[in-house]
Design a binder for this molecule. Sequence first.
Ligand code: DX5
Ligand code: ZN
Length: 222
Amino acid sequence: MSAVRIAPSILSADFAKLGDEVAMLERAGADWIHVDVMDGRFVPNLTFGAKVIETVRARTTLPLDVHLMVVEPERYFDDFAAAGASGLTIHAEVSPHLHRQLVRIRELGLRAGVALSPSTPLSAVEDVLAELDLLLVMSVNPGFGGQKFIARSVDRLSRARRMLDAAQSGAALEVDGGINRDTIVECWRAGADTFVAGNAVFSARDPAAEIAALRARCAHRA
Ligand code: DX5
Ligand code: ZN
């Protein structure tokens, strides 16, 4: 059985005590810390950049899974690598030279990821599977935490799983948006192995119990 990774998104954290929140997530059993970078251009929202990634890096040894919701993401690769990112995931919708960018991310020694918004065909990554370490299937339209899971994402994950398996790819299959105790089950069955959860973890009274509960929901494939 493949491993399950729970990657809480700090988008839902209290930014006034971000360092403590990150340390809390590590104690609570998170596998990765998901870092949502937004530029107010690719998505309407604005979040943070390299300085904050550095701050987060200083408070945890967990991998930092950086999700770039920005136009021209390549402008930030060097800074984010230096700040301590472990993986960079760029959106296919804003990356006409996807192959080049993925090669570059790997050259920096980082996990190279591509994210697909809900309306982007999976075929957008079909010809770069050899360069891919992570495929992120968005299950909400990127931009905000706390949105409702788009049900069709389950079918997209199944098809993504088949595409990766057919290419004998070892890439992680990550799902992001509206993941909670209910929605995670179908995503797991569809073949996802890495689950971003913002609201579900941070609105829980006991984040450690919530992370454990999310993980437990993935115990069996149907
Ligand atoms: C949305 C972000 C997500 C978001 C997930 O654009 O990429 O990572 O924070 O948050 P929830 O789990 O609340 O949908
Ligand atoms: Zn994200």
